[in-house]
Design a protein around this ligand. Sequence first.
Ligand code: F6R
Length: 608
Amino acid sequence: MCGIVGYVGESKAQDFLVSGLKRLEYRGYDSAGIVTVAPEGEATLIRAKGKITDLERKLVENKKEDTIGIGHTRWATHGEPSEANAHPHQAGPLYMVHNGIIENCKELKKALKGHEFKSDTDSEVLVALINSFYKDGKYPLVNAVVQALKLVQGTYGIAVVSVKNPDEIVVARSGSPLVIGVGHDETLIASDASALVGHTKQAIYLNDGEVAVVKKNSIEIKTLNAEPVSAKVEEIETNLSAIQKGGYDHFLLKEIMEQPDSLTETLRGRVDAENGIVSLGGPGLSEKELRSIQHLIIVGCGTAYHAGMLAAYYIEQFTPEITIETVIASEYRYRQAYIPKNSVAIIVSQSGETADTLACLREIKKQGVKTIGIVNVIGSTIAREVDGGTYVHAGPEISVASTKAFTSQVIAMVMFGITIAQAKGVRTSILKPYVEEIAKLPGEIKQVLASSADDVKKIAGKYKKYDHAIYLGRDTAYPTAMEGALKLKEVSYTDANAYAFGELKHGPLALVDDRFFETAFLPKGMLYEKAISNVQEVLARGGHVIAVTNNQKFDLKVDDVIRINTSLELFVPILMNLISQLFAYYVTVAKGYNVDQPRNLAKSVTVE
Ligand code: F6R
């Protein structure tokens, strides 16, 4: 979603602003802009609809040596993507960039009679409001920002510069992340630490309700109520290679292929396969608390939700007397759900910033329920607000479509489930097969990726002509089907839906015709024969079936078979999901679409 960058120091601000915005491109955007201010107070504002390259074209004629500035990539909420709606927005001597949504902008706008609005955005209302308190430089900028923000309902991460004080940037956040990078004779600002990588390793993560005056050699933070905040400087762990393509054509393929390593990081120091034991430091629950858990609520959106669904199937297999409910955050936050005693909520999020998931976390905490985060981005809001948690350590995910995070999320949750089971006294002989397979999984993933990528690519070429797809599975292969359909639809724009095999006869079977193909996930196991019967029902109606199976003797006459050769039995659906990821990638490349930044989507969804 929208990205913010800012710079104050001794180098050319434009250079950092443009390179920082490029780093944030993966978040999804439709326009971009930067403003820099010269020491004598002249501002250079450049904005463009489209990509950063469009902005760069305009920059050629507007190169400046200015050493302070702010920049933004916009993902339209109020007002269409256009140059006028792109940030920074101006009011008098002020320029501002904003992430989030000002919910009461209509009311605020009514009161701002003197300002002539040039855009349809809620953000311009905010900068005009700030200027109404700033009075063209009569009062300190930070005071004006605080006064304005006290009137605002909604979410914001903002950065403001004034041509009257060209040595400071005022930043503030509520519900939309902001990181301040501490450099030598320079201070940098970003909505996402990846923009700071390579510039500094020292960062301060602003908290909700805080405002900071940022200068080249100083950072002063206080709350909106004027209480001083002593900033905690944290280390940025990401390195440059983690956010580069590393020889791959696209981030999506890189991230699919790096799953053996990303999962290894998830497991590091946590799995003792020999003794069948898992040890997680993060959840911070005592043995007694773990023993008393009777109910788990797993909360997430999109891929994180599917990861939760799949993990729930596993956890209930080996944990006695536990009820697990996996819920979609955007729904659950408004439900009047009763959460029974002895519940723990697992909050799953790659970015740690998803607005609906964060809102759920806050609602659940209000009920006094313990919350455990399964989060990838270190220092993110969800990671900071949960009671305890397990970082999945999958490394930065740049491609909008989530892949490696899914695999790590499922296994991190299963490990948490095993931790509960261990505390409840479940016999090691029951848990050991899971722990052993978890330990083997990175190696099996490597093998499956290496052996199937070419076959999947060939098959994908055949299916790119279809506009409709149905993904089918049952038991643990059902969430796998859901995740596969999501991957295909979001990157290749194929209308793909998933159903549990058992549901076919209750409606979806009516869809089967020449315009559709069906991807059937068929792991060997208890429900294999039943799933095979379901596939036969599809074939009997002229369906075009791709079967994904680990049954080497599979001999049904289907259109295509992708065989997975593995010694694993329990986590085969995770291996099958790799096939879905590769399939979605290759179909999209064959169709010629932007695989890393699908239209209309954003990487971290920080608005409702
Ligand atoms: C799909 C995808 C989204 C995210 C969802 C939640 O590929 O990326 O469905 O999974 O927006 O995001 P996080 O995990 O950041 O909370």
